[in-house]
Design a protein around this ligand. Structure first.
Ligand SMILES: *[C@@H]1O[C@H](CO)[C@@H](O)[C@H](O)[C@H]1NC(C)=O
Ligand SMILES: [Cu+2]
Length: 244
């Protein structure tokens, strides 16, 4: 009994080091701690955070699972019945600070969704609500290499024309090594509840996709052994651009 418990703990630790998650989100001058039950530093405590829980630092793989939206256990965050959000100025960057040495290669994408009625009462996993604000695949290396080169940080700009209000922001890495097989592509999504401030007026109403549903096997299928990285086509709609 005791030794099998020990073995499974060792197994968990080994698995944990093979993946990764976003451990901090930075909005303006505020840093918000991510959630992960197994790692050092210890994020077990529910820090006063706007970052939704993730099930572990492992991937989401089932394309039809609700966890495609914001990862496993990503329940909306409330204080009492009040939505908890972090303020961000439209037109500024959000920083996603990943734990060190994410061990897989692939693209990095970031989406937003208008929270209705507010983020504390909005899962993000029902219907086509997500617009894309940022994406990167392969230039001279995969986006994950750029992430290492930037000290495990990724920056996504909140569109400056975006109307004020509460939004979920969904940041993800797609690890490509298993993507040749259905439901073996690895998605690492993480969501935070933000309140956009500024004088924008636009809420995107076209180019919206659903999670789950927006990524099908046909548009995430990729065989790293036979396909050239420069031929990779990012899934999802085009990046939202503010009207000029
Ligand atoms: C925001 O992020 C982009 C990369 O996505 C970067 O080019 C730009 O310099 C960043 N801006 C600031 C103010 O950090
Ligand atoms: Cu992994």
């Amino acid at each position: 009994m005791r030794s099998s418990t020990l073995l499974s703990l060792v197994g968990l630790a080994a698995t944990a080091s093979a993946h990764g998650h976003v451990h901090y989100h930075v909005l303006g001058t505020q840093t918000y701690t991510g959630y992960l039950p197994t790692k050092t530093p210890d994020f077990t405590a529910d820090a006063p955070s706007i970052v939704r829980r993730v099930g572990s630092d492992g991937p989401v793989e089932l394309l039809t699972g609700a966890e495609m939206a914001c990862n496993f256990n990503a329940v909306p965050i409330l204080d009492g019945d009040v939505s908890r959000v972090g303020a961000v100025q439209a037109g500024t960057n959000i920083t996603f600070d990943w734990d060190a040495d994410f061990p897989h290669s692939g693209p990095i994408l970031t989406y937003m969704a208008k929270c209705e009625p507010d983020c504390g009462h909005f899962t993000g996993n029902e219907g086509a609500v997500w617009f894309k604000i940022d994406e990167a695949a392969y230039g001279t290396s995969w986006a994950t290499q750029t992430l290492f080169d930037q000290d495990n940080k990724w920056y996504s700009k909140v569109p400056e024309c975006l109307a004020p209000g509460e939004y979920l922001i969904r940041h993800e890495i797609i690890a490509l090594s298993g993507c040749a097989k259905i439901n073996k592509c690895q998605f690492y999504p993480s969501c935070a509840q933000v309140k956009v401030e500024g004088s924008g007026t636009v809420v995107p109403s076209t180019g919206l996709i659903a999670f789950p549903g927006g990524y099908t096997f046909a548009n995430v299928k990729w065989d790293s052994n036979t396909q050239a990285p420069k031929d990779y086509v990012l899934p999802g709609p085009p990046v939202f651009e503010c009207p000029s």
